[in-house]
Design a protein around this ligand. Sequence first.
Ligand code: FMN
Ligand code: SF4
Ligand code: SF4
Length: 285
Amino acid sequence: MTICTTQLIYFSPTRTMQRVLTGIAQGIDMSDVIHLDLTPPGVRDRTFEVGVETIALLGAPVYSGRLPAEAVTRLQQVHGNNAPAVIVVVYGNRAYEDALRELCDLAVEAGFRPIAAAAFIGEHSYATAAQPIAVGRPDMADLEKAVAFGQQVRANLGQLSSLPEIQVPGNMPYKERHPPPADPPAPITITDLCTLCGDCADVCPTAAITVGDNVITDAQSCITCCACTRACPTGARVMEDPRVRKTATWLYENHSERKEPEIFIAGVWFSSERYSTIKQMYIKY
Ligand SMILES: Cc1cc2nc3c(=O)[nH]c(=O)nc-3n(C[C@H](O)[C@H](O)[C@H](O)COP(=O)(O)O)c2cc1C
Ligand code: SF4
Ligand code: SF4
């Protein structure tokens, strides 16, 4: 099989996942690159087929050590058609726990063939100027690693039939999901600062926001992804819920030390210290 297309398939409310997959796709360097963005609410009732001669990059963020439930239902609507797949999670510098394993398992169930996997770091959705957590990640160093990983994947495509099954960390059964509280947290809108531009509603992955004469948020639909607070051009949209801010303080105080991406390819675990080795190996190709 000659692979000539890279298809990026992702759920990425604050776009860190999208940026990492774009770096990996750059390293794979196929002539055709297609994005299947599963973030907008409009994809909820649709199914998708991956084409032939395609390598898929599947990506989702880590929420509480798992995949976001919204990402799971959307990814389940994609049929892999036995396409080789690179499985990637992005997490906010705390831990990815069972999420990478969950995404690998989900990919297999959907008919993909995982050939490589990775966990990258993205700016934490709850980060603010006062509580910076992995701010600016993925940064240049991360994206260089993403490109180098893509180059390694590309090199392995020549021996697709003999690649061993990849092994990734994670528990089975996965970490339990906590049921949402009766009064779930959600961002608020500071009316005096709001111009009713609608940018927040445009980026909301669950259609939780309605903008008319004012901004109405359906907190029951909110997944606290913070896409709306990032998108708001005037600073009117803020996540001030004390439960979220308490978590952010804890993350800032306990998980600020920089973590590095982890790569799993052809059954081998490469720590960040070995990236230079990967690069040197593949300069030969
Ligand atoms: C509800 C929620 C739960 C999260 N849980 C975790 C977690 O368990 N571990 C972690 O390191 N980061 C966690 N994060 C941070 C995200 O994984 C991180 O910000 C990621 O870069 C977001 O991806 P995106 O930009 O593609 O949306 C969480 C974020 C949210 C909104
Ligand atoms: S993006 Fe900000 S300014 Fe625009 S409608 Fe939403 S809250 Fe108001
Ligand atoms: S309302 Fe909630 S789900 Fe929608 S973008 Fe804002 S934080 Fe995300």
